[in-house]
Design a protein around this ligand. Structure first.
Ligand SMILES: C[S@@+](CC[C@H](N)C(=O)[O-])C[C@H]1O[C@@H](n2cnc3c(N)ncnc32)[C@H](O)[C@@H]1O
Length: 272
């Protein structure tokens, strides 16, 4: 009979990934694997592990194989059809929360455009329960996952389907608009590498030079933000100067960028 120790010794995957897949298949914490490393394993569980390990060796993202990814301390359900939340995007949430902390914003309105798994909108709603959070996405599949995540995590978010600002027509203006839109240029070879090969194309690229969605969101924000409201967007490692000039030429003030832990300018924003 196969044991945890045997599976770990025979796996071609990194030890951590083997452990994560075993935990997922056996539904046990890491400590169980250590305490029971010579226990015989159910052959069906071993077969399920082998199938997942084979998919991982063919490049499928770990988050899709285990069906979840941690973001801002919460477990988000993910799957094919929805972007896997990235740690860099936590900067967007933290920046929005700092603005929401300012005095005078009693029941602030927040809009998350292109919500995907709902990671940004739900994290804001959980950290700032007095905020009224609205989130849109063009993908019905993503919105179904986002709604599930909100339910599981106990967050109140209004999810709406449609093209960027279309579904919020007639709504009052917002104090904060955030977005992590598709910003990779269609010609970028990274789209054919790593996890990106498995993620929805429409979540990654605007199909053009990578600035298309950032432009639509910036221009649309001027008539959807209250005076003093802020827009913050995530973008590619080399897009900060272009996004700053876009915001400035659209009439935003206090335009600036913030860097992630790797020192890369990751988000840019401004206020009206
Ligand atoms: C980079 S993903 C971000 C997902 C999530 N906000 C996150 O940070 O993990 C971009 C999202 O924008 C959505 N999207 C793409 N085009 C859109 C459009 N025209 N209108 C609304 N959402 C769109 C995609 O479906 C995708 O969920």
């Amino acid at each position: 009979m196969e044991t945890v120790r045997g599976v770990l010794a025979g796996s071609q995957l990194p030890r951590l990934e083997t452990q994560m897949l075993l935990q997922h298949v056996l539904r046990v914490p890491r400590s169980w694997l250590i305490a029971h490393d010579t226990d015989p394993l159910d052959p069906q569980a071993v077969a399920r592990f082998q199938r997942l390990a084979g998919r991982r060796l063919r490049g499928e993202p770990m988050a899709y194989l285990v069906g979840q990814r941690e973001f801002m301390g919460h477990e988000f359900k993910v799957g094919p059809g929805v972007l896997i939340p990235r740690p860099e995007t936590e900067l967007l949430v933290e920046t929005a929360l700092r603005h929401l902390d300012k005095p005078g914003l009693d029941a602030p309105r927040v809009l998350d455009l292109g919500t995907g798994s709902g990671a940004v909108a739900i994290s804001i709603a959980l950290a700032c329960p007095r905020a009224r959070v609205v989130a849109t996405d063009v993908s019905v599949q993503a919105l179904a996952v986002a709604a599930d995540n909100a339910r599981n995590l106990g967050a109140e978010v209004e999810f709406l389907c449609g093209n960027w600002y279309e579904p919020i027509a007639g709504q009052p203006r917002f104090d904060v608009i955030v977005s992590n839109p598709p910003y990779i240029a269609a010609s970028d070879p990274h789209l054919e590498q790593g996890d990106l090969r498995f993620e929805p194309r429409g979540a990654l690229t605007d199909g053009g030079d990578g600035l298309g969605a950032l432009e639509i969101i910036t221009r649309g924000a001027t008539s959807r933000l209250r005076p003093g409201g802020v827009l913050w967007m995530e973008h590619g490692w080399d897009q900060a100067p272009a996004v700053r000039s876009l915001l400035q030429s659209t009439g935003f003030r206090q335009v600036g960028s913030s860097s992630d832990l790797a020192g890369i300018e990751r988000i840019t924003g401004g206020s009206l």
